[in-house]
Design a protein around this ligand. Structure first.
Ligand code: 4UW
Length: 532
């Protein structure tokens, strides 16, 4: 009997050769390595205002931020929350913190005070950089607040960072396994957790996408990359911001999505790369106003963070045949990119609509049958597991959740069900985890269920996804009402709506007698989904 692991496991790899990843570098050094070659090139331009920052300016600004953070007492390993819309402030603070050896936790600025408090507490952040309009939401927390726009009482102003002396930029001994970023994700189950991403994780993920002789995601210093997806989400942070800087592209930022504005900006700046989520692909493929713009500069459209149907991909192709469309597949815990379409490679491969890509280089993927634990071969659906230098170190202060997701052999279990065909293309067909994806945003059912049962009139609750043409999925609740209460659907919706960010709002509420559970007490989510 052949006892070697490779004899027992079917492992999938990229069709491109592995590359040499410069693990010894820090993330900031790596992303700004070539900045000196093009100091006068624009690194970031605000698509609305035209305000621009060159690579040379960004390099100096991030050194100033590092110096300023040190002066303010932020130590190596200290955690800073960044609560900002897309723009040069986000990028400079992120890089500056990385140079300082600090860790950035990113969150949606539209989060409610309760959502923010949870994350800031779990992350042990001591400082937040934000816009003056969000300060009131943070007042109750014990935090040093820095505002990027106007001065606000008892807060510092961003000038303490941006006008610090770059000569005082600290030289910090950073290990590749030191943390640099702490995004939050609920993973396969439960509440949002801090995902420990190290310098090595993010650097590896960027390298797997854009480095080497035949990059998988071929972007160059001639590209103008649309940055409309929020930088606080790992997709934009990694595949737009960090990849864009690494190759010397110009990031064209927008603080929030607006189709018409985005089209104007693509036309005006001759944007070449458009990373998007399925609702944006839908708009590009179907909305008539798209036809009023000259979009001939667009050469590449990426979709990710949620499933993109084959029909939609084909509709986009028919409308904009000059642009290559394809998908990437990411998960915060996976650092984040697991697979990327080889249509984006420097030497592109033919690909099929509906595929979420081929596993990235320097990584292994296996597809596991969750009943038998065996790894499967071509065309057999099972849970995707990935192993490589890019995956997370674990969940912050949560060994139990970490052990549930990362096994002893170093495999990350994604909770996504997929098969891989003979051309090494991956197709996601289902999800065995709880998470609901609304326009690519995570909505953790456990969070909504906890809020629901905190209501005196609700005995038990379960939240599951319902398919939705515009958003992909939306959360809906099943409720067991307490005796003596007469709650309406609207009462329950309103109760949740005031406590959560807009995309977590409930779309419908169904009253039932009992939430179906397994003998061990786990909610039978599939049964509820089938009721819809
Ligand atoms: N098809 C179907 C997909 C797909 C998908 C993700 O919020 P998270 O943790 O993370 C993300 C990251 C997405 C991403 C990052 C970088 C990148 O280049 C890229 O593609 C261009 C995408 O979404 O949610 C993770 C979960 O989201 C689902 C899947 O369930 C995954 O576990 N998901 N991408 N193409 N589903």
């Amino acid at each position: 009997l052949d006892e070697r692991p490779e004899a027992r496991e079917h492992i999938f790899r990229s069709k491109l050769p592995d590359i040499c990843i410069p693990y010894h570098m820090t993330l900031a050094e790596y992303c700004m390595e070539k900045a000196l070659q093009w100091p006068d090139k624009v690194a970031i331009v605000d698509g609305n205002t035209g305000k621009a920052l060159t690579y040379g300016e960004l390099a100096v600004l991030s050194q100033r931020v590092a110096a300023g953070l040190m002066k303010l007492g932020v130590e190596k390993g200290g955690v800073i929350a960044v609560l900002l819309p897309n723009g040069c402030e986000f990028v400079a603070v992120f890089l500056g913190a990385a140079i300082r050896g600090a860790i950035v936790t990113t969150a949606n600025p539209f989060y409610t005070p309760v959502e923010l408090e949870n994350q800031i507490r779990v992350a042990s952040a001591t400082m937040v950089v934000t816009h003056s309009s969000y300060v009131e939401k943070l007042r109750a927390l014990d935090l040093q607040i820095i505002t990027i726009d106007k001065h606000v009482d008892s807060c510092l102003h961003i000038s303490v960072l941006f006008e610090a002396d770059e000569e005082e930029c600290p030289i910090v001994d950073i290990d590749p396994d030191d943390l640099v970023c702490l995004p939050f994700s609920s993973g396969t189950t439960g509440l949002p957790k801090g995902v420990m991403l190290t310098h090595k994780s993010l650097l590896s993920s960027v390298s797997q996408q854009v480095d080497g002789q035949i990059p998988n995601l071929y972007m160059t210093d001639e590209d103008f990359v649309m940055c409309v997806l929020p930088m606080y989400h790992i997709y934009s942070l990694n595949s737009i911001m960090l990849c864009g800087l690494r190759v010397g592209a110009t990031l064209v930022t927008m603080p929030k999505f607006n189709l018409q504005l985005m089209l104007e900006i693509i036309q005006k700046y001759k944007v070449t790369v458009l990373p998007a989520v399925p609702p944006i692909v839908l708009a590009m493929a179907k909305n008539p106003i798209v036809l009023n713009y000259d979009l001939s500069s667009l050469r590449m459209m990426l979709s990710g963070a949620a499933p993109l149907g084959k029909e939609l991909e084909d509709a986009f192709r028919a409308r904009l045949p000059g642009a290559v469309i394809g998908q990437g597949y990411g998960m915060t815990e996976a650092g984040p990119v697991l697979a990327m379409s080889l249509a984006f490679a420097k030497m592109p491969f033919p690909v099929k609509s509906g595929s979420c890509g081929t596993v990235v280089r320097n990584s292994e993927v296996k597809i596991v049958d969750n009943d038998t634990g065996l790894s499967l071969t071509y065309n057999q659906p099972g849970e995707i597991c990935i192993r490589g230098p890019q995956i997370m170190k674990g969940y912050l202060n949560n060994p139990e959740a970490t052990a549930h997701t990362l096994d002893k052999d170093g495999w990350l279990h994604t909770g996504d069900i997929a098969f891989i065909d003979e051309d090494e293309e991956m197709f996601i067909v289902d999800r065995v985890k709880e998470i609901i994806k609304v326009k690519g945003f995570q909505v953790p059912p456990a969070e909504l269920e906890a809020l629901l049962i905190s209501h005196d009139g609700i005995l038990d609750a379960a939240v599951v996804p319902r398919k939705d043409e515009m958003s992909g999925e939306v959360p809906v609740a099943f409720i067991v009402q307490a005796a003596g209460f007469n709650l309406s659907e609207e009462d329950v919706k309103a109760f949740i709506a005031k406590q959560v960010v807009f995309y977590k709002k409930l779309h419908s509420v169904h009253f039932i007698d009992k939430i179906p559970v397994t003998p061990s007490g786990k909610i039978l989510r599939k049964e509820l989904r089938n009721k819809l």
